[in-house]
Structure formats: C-alpha cells, structure tokens
Design a protein around this ligand. Structure first.
Ligand SMILES: [Ca+2]
Ligand SMILES: [Ca+2]
Ligand SMILES: [Ca+2]
Length: 530
C-alpha cells in the first residue's frame, strides 16, 4: 500500500461514514435552522423567523415534490407531512382521479413495477453511452461517416477515453482496498507474534516500538488505522463501494431496466410505467432530503425541517447510479400536474443524452409557475465551464425562469464556508445553502449527518416553501426573486475555492446572488413587497 493509496482510502472512509450518532451532536444538530448572530452559525435563520416574524400569522400549505431515490413515508418525523392525493382511493386498482397513475396515494415511482420489483442500481450514463456507441461504431470506416456522424464519433472517442479511465481507476482503487485489508491482517499477526499480545488495539499500539523495518512498518500502519478510527465495517464498506461500481455502475452488461420496466428509455413510448411504492429500496438519500425540507417541527422527535406548513409529494426516479432522462422528465411532469408548487431535485450527472425530454418537461413546469430547485453537484467544478444536468439552459436556446441552482455551504463563517465538494459558478449557480454535515432523517426512524449539494437543495426548498406558505399570492418568479435578493450577503468573505487546497476566492464570486439563502431576510422582504 503506497501513501497515495492510504490518502485515497482515508477520503473514501470519510465519505462513507456519514451517519453519526445523535448524542455526539448536541446543540449543533440542526444548525441549518439557526442564525449567525444568535447562534454563531451560518444557518438560514428559520428558528429566528418563526419566533420573531411569524407568531400568530396564518399560512397556507405548500406542496413540495421530492424527486429522489424514494422516501420513507412511515418515518416518525415525516409521516404527517407526506402529501396524500385527495382524488385517489387507495388500493382499489383503479386510477380514480384519472391522472394516468393507478393508486398513486403519496406520489409515484418510475423505477418500480406492478410485481413489486424496484430498480435500485443503475449504470452511469457514461457506461450506457459507451455501450451504445461501441456497438454503432465497431469497425467503422471514419472516411465514410457523414458530418453529423463524424461529430458523434468524435464525442464517442472522448466517452471511450473517460469510460476506460473510470474502469482502470476503479480496478486500481479496489486493489488498493484489498491490499489494505491484506496488510491489515498481516501486520496484526506480525505484531501479535513479535510482542506476544492477544490483540492489537488503539491502546496497546501506542507503546510498541521496534528497530526492525518490517515490524516498524506494521506499527506505523496500525497506528494509522487507530488514529483514523478505521474499523472493519469501514473497510467492508470501501470494498463494497468499489466492487459495486465494477458490478453495476460501469458494467456494460448490467441492465435492470429491461427486466423491470421493459420500455425503451430513449423515447417517450409509454408514460405510465412504474408503481405506487414511493419508498422503494434504499430510500435513505430521499429520506434525508425530505427531512431537511419538511421534517415535523417542534414535535420532540429528531430534528426540525425548515418549512412547517408543507406536504411532501414523493416521486421516485433516482437509482444508485445515473438517473434516466426519461424518468426525470416524467417525474417533473407528474409533480407539476399533481399540484406541486416546488420541485426539489437532489441529483445530477455529466451526460444527458435525452436532454430534449427533460427540457420539454422543465418548460412545461416553468410555464405552470412551478419553482424548480436543483443541487449544483459535488464535483467542485465551475458550472460556468462544465455541465451538470439537468440544468435550466434549453438545447434550443432560452432558459427556465423558475429555477434555482444551489451550492452547499458549511457551518462557520470562515474560509471553509464554501463546502469543498460543492460546484459553483458566477453565472450558473444561483445561491448557496447549508449542505455540509447537516442532520436529518434516515431510515428506521433514525437520524444522521450527511453532506452534499443534495442536502443544500432541500434546505433551499424548505426556505422557499416557508416564504410561499405565508405569502401564497406571490408567483414562483417572485419567490425566487425574493430569495435571491434577501441572501445573507457574504460577497467579500474570502473562502477556499472548492477543489483547491489554498486558493482563495471571494464568496461572492461563487454564485449569482453571492450569498447564503436566509429565511428571516426573505420573509421580511416578502412583507415589504406584499
Ligand atoms: Ca391516479
Ligand atoms: Ca385507486
Ligand atoms: Ca421533528
């Protein structure tokens, strides 16, 4: 195991061990609700808004669609805030409200079927494109291609390079982890024998010393393991992570779509596939996301969502792997058609081969005045230079109006305030919101920390829903305008540019608004504009 391998592993373990025991968190466990002046954290000042601006005021329920991996609708802290389709009678096998979806009581899953099977994993879009074009351009005579095909062929060459690199990287990383596992075993045995110990643990490793190179190496290694609290479970998780990628994400032979949905995902051939089981399997991501927007406030359980008078419509369209454009398009349409005023989209990808389907759905939702809120993505990229889909920019020109792209910020007002993973963009990221180590609901009535723009987006959706619920006469465009103009301005604060080690940039350069979404300011502005 080389040093690079170890650093890489450490990063992986940090990424994988996101769920933290609630007792360890104390007062910081819903910092996203808190306020800079009162609590010294960069939250959205929701608690302050409820206490100072909203007492005794009336509000109107806002429906927020959570397009995600599925959400645990039985979770104690979500249950009473889950949307119910009033026009649908449960379990009678009839589409009572004639919206095209049978027994869609709490939303819809575009990743399930009537037999109760679910797509939980998928390949990446890169894998799918590689597979498609490999077939098309096998033994191709480049000279004979039309101009259009030549362009596609050039794209394919890039895709091929990217794909092959991913496969190689993944194999290497898996080998690194396996090497780690092997040396972990070997070093423990060596030290046990050398020092006549029954076990090697974080305590007894401290005092071990040796001049022998091999023994010294083993001691250093075990000290590293102890210091970074790497457990067997962490290692198993890392092993699973990379084996899973080889087995599913980058495996060109893996295709659950065929047997479970059986459609052609590249065209709109049948709108009404799917199932009404909106939890599916592996709904942990969508459960965390849902809680940030709408976990029940002040009920003595878990944590507080940002919005109080909210109903969450659950739309399942995002597997572990890349979501399909067709599912995303249908999910947006389902949400817009069934009364969602806000759509949260905590997903994204680098390739969007059927973008025209998504564009049409976004245009439709935009025309209905639905506010779409999308996670900026976690690749620490400048979105003014790189794409992250879906985006509000239409292929045929123009841009969705009612759309917010959200970057992730961290707890302290200091140089680390822009989360190191967050995408950013002076033109193409609108706003930042808390998304680094935020606490919310996970499966089995539990709670945990998670990080990502996936978390920032539903915090922003929560603020939007909160403002809209007290000022229901505003349009989506006005709500967006209010949120953008009322950010906690942090333009001049110098922060570390996401993805760099030391390079500093003004926080104001990372987004259009230059600040962090703020419920208190937004409600005050809404009151002025009323
Ligand atoms: Ca229905
Ligand atoms: Ca029914
Ligand atoms: Ca709660």
């Amino acid at each position: 195991m080389n040093n690079k391998g170890l650093i890489l592993l450490l990063a992986i373990f940090a990424l994988l061990s996101l769920n933290v025991n609630a007792q360890q968190l104390s007062k910081e466990n819903d910092w996203q609700n808190q306020d800079l002046k009162e609590n010294k954290v960069m939250g959205v000042s929701a608690n302050k808004a409820y206490a100072e601006l909203l007492a005794g005021k009336e509000s109107k329920t806002v429906i927020v669609a959570i397009i995600d991996s599925g959400t645990d609708i039985e979770h104690e802290d979500l249950k009473d805030n889950i949307w119910t389709n009033a026009g649908e009678i449960a379990g009678n096998g009839i589409d009572d409200d004639n919206n095209g979806y049978i027994d869609d009581i709490h939303g819809w899953s575009f990743l399930g079927n009537a037999k109760g099977e679910h797509i939980t994993r998928e390949t990446s879009e890169l894998t799918r494109l590689y597979k498609k074009y490999s077939k098309k351009y096998v033994d191709v005579d480049v000279e004979s291609l039309s101009a259009k095909e030549k362009k596609e062929f050039d794209e394919f060459e890039n895709i091929k390079k990217d794909y092959e690199k991913q496969v190689t990287d993944n194999r290497n990383q898996l080998q690194n982890v396996m090497g780690f596992v092997e040396y972990n075993k070997v070093s423990i045995e060596l030290l046990k024998k050398e020092f006549k110990l029954d076990t090697i643990n974080a305590e007894n490793i401290k005092s071990l010393k040796s001049k022998d190179e091999d023994v010294k190496g083993a001691i250093d290694f075990q000290k590293y393991v102890a210091k970074n609290k790497i457990t067997t479970a962490d290692i198993d998780e890392a092993l699973e992570h990379f084996s899973k990628a080889l087995k599913y994400g980058i495996n060109t032979d893996f295709n659950p779509r065929d047997s479970i949905i059986g459609d052609n995902p590249e065209i709109m051939d049948g709108f009404y596939y799917g199932s009404n089981d909106v939890s599916g399997q592996g709904a942990v991501h969508g459960t965390h996301v849902g809680g940030l927007t709408g976990a029940i406030r002040d009920n003595g359980a878990g944590m507080n969502g940002i919005a109080k008078n909210v109903k969450l419509m659950i739309v399942r369209a995002v597997p572990d792997g890349d979501e399909r454009d067709k599912d995303v398009a249908l999910a947006i349409r389902y949400a817009a058609d069934n009364g969602a005023q806000i759509i949260n989209m905590s997903f994204g990808k680098s390739y969007s081969p059927e973008k025209y389907l998504v564009d049409a759905a976004v245009k439709y939702a935009d025309s209905l005045g639905v506010l779409m809120i999308h996670a900026a993505g976690n690749d620490n990229n400048d979105l003014d230079k790189k794409d992250n889909f879906p985006n509000p920019l239409y292929l045929d020109g123009g841009k969705a109006v009612n759309w917010l792209t959200v970057g992730a910020s961290a707890i302290s007002r200091d140089k680390k305030m822009a989360a190191s993973f967050s995408n950013y963009g002076k033109k193409n990221v609108d706003i930042f919101a808390p998304g680094h180590e935020v606490y919310s609901s996970v499966l089995d009535n539990k709670y945990g920390l998670n990080s990502g723009t996936s978390m920032a987006s539903p915090v922003a959706a929560g603020v939007a829903a909160l403002v809209w619920s007290y000022y229901p006469n505003f349009t989506a465009t006005q709500i967006k305008d209010i949120l953008m103009k009322s950010v906690s301005k942090q333009e001049k604060l110098k922060v570390i540019l996401p993805g760099s080690k030391k390079e500093k940039v003004r926080f104001g350069e990372l987004s259009v608004s230059g600040g962090i979404i703020n419920a208190y300011n937004a409600l005050k502005l809404a009151e002025e504009m009323k």
